[in-house]
Design a protein around this ligand. Sequence first.
Ligand code: NAD
Ligand code: IPM
Ligand code: MN
Length: 367
Amino acid sequence: MKITVLPGDGIGPEVTAEAVRVLRAVAAIHGHNFGFVERPIGGVAIKQTGSPLPPLTLDACLAGNAVLLGAVGAPEYDSLPAKLRPEVGLLSLRRALGAFANLRPAISYDAIAATSPLRSEIAMGADILIVRELLGGLYFGEPRGFFGGNGDSAARNTMSYSAMEIERVARIAFDAALKRRRKVTSVDKANVLETSQLWRQTVSRVARDYPEVTLDHMYVDACAMHLITTPLRFDVILTENLFGDILSDEAAAITGSLGMLPSASIGGVVGLYEPVHGSAPDIAGRGDANPFGAIASAAMLLRYTGRLEQEADEIEEAIRLVLKAGYRTPDIDDGAHRYVAKTSEIGQLVCEAVNEIADMRHAYHAV
Ligand code: NAD
Ligand code: IPM
Ligand code: MN
């Protein structure tokens, strides 16, 4: 497999290095040949080339089998016009790859359930898959921009969806539900928005092809509340682009930290894998970033692009083992005097755990 690595800005390079380290360990154990090609995106790319998504970066992504991304964005670019910001590099990449379905699992690991601001009996056992539409809605709708008297007295964005865009992401959500607890909650604002009324109709139509899956509809404001009062009621949450962006950061709080959440953006020509969090400028450069979301994104890469289910399972099991053994980055330290580790130590520990799991598998087969 050829993997294009886009470390990006802030803590992006710190967490991506650990995800690559784990992928190398998996390749060594299983005898796979993974090639890694690194390219700039976001703020570092603007600095080097003037563009947040240089053509050489995009070409490498399209020429490979999968893209592993860290994060983009830095405070120094926050005052730039929207079109010139690092974030545009990421949005253009998603569009160029055609990655319309963004899978964001939020899992509460027992070992760190106490890190969540939610009481353990509420958070413990939560296992939610948010399926976020990634190429439509307010993020890409036209017309957009500033207008009015001086060109800046008003601004507009357009929320627009076609039935086709809704249907294709809905199918991904229902297919995912079939492999889980067979429940889809479709989240919208159909009491106010026409796009949401079309969303609801279309999702209900798709649901007829999935009689084994239970579908319910929920308004996004109520969902924001149910998510933190009764997270266990959710299996798959299907929603549009902006709602999914917001609800996935909220779901991260159930797990204890934004640093825990991975994602896979699929449906296009090449899969894109990235943690849900951003560049975290407030902690960048210290070696304190939580790499579990990035490492779990590498597991999703193996599962969805590599079709390497066992290897993906082993990485996820290794993450559980390292947490169970008590290792924590500062964001998931519950103050119970566990071992607080650096980003790179966590990566190393996950590699060791992946090796232990492989040894156990061999021993088991030898019996
Ligand atoms: P953020 O996700 O970078 O950080 C939010 C908070 O969570 C911060 O306190 C940060 O320290 C903490 N955090 C995030 N990831 C962490 C990790 N792995 N380990 C420990 N703590 C972690 O969001 P923000 O501060 O609102 O945005 C910073 C920049 O990142 C902005 O430029 C934004 O546009 C960008 N951003 C990029 C992506 C992406 O590349 N996919 C996603 C979100 C935000
Ligand atoms: C995310 C991020 C991005 C988004 C930004 C950086 C463009 O917040 O991946 O969740 O809004 O999709
Ligand atoms: Mn986001």
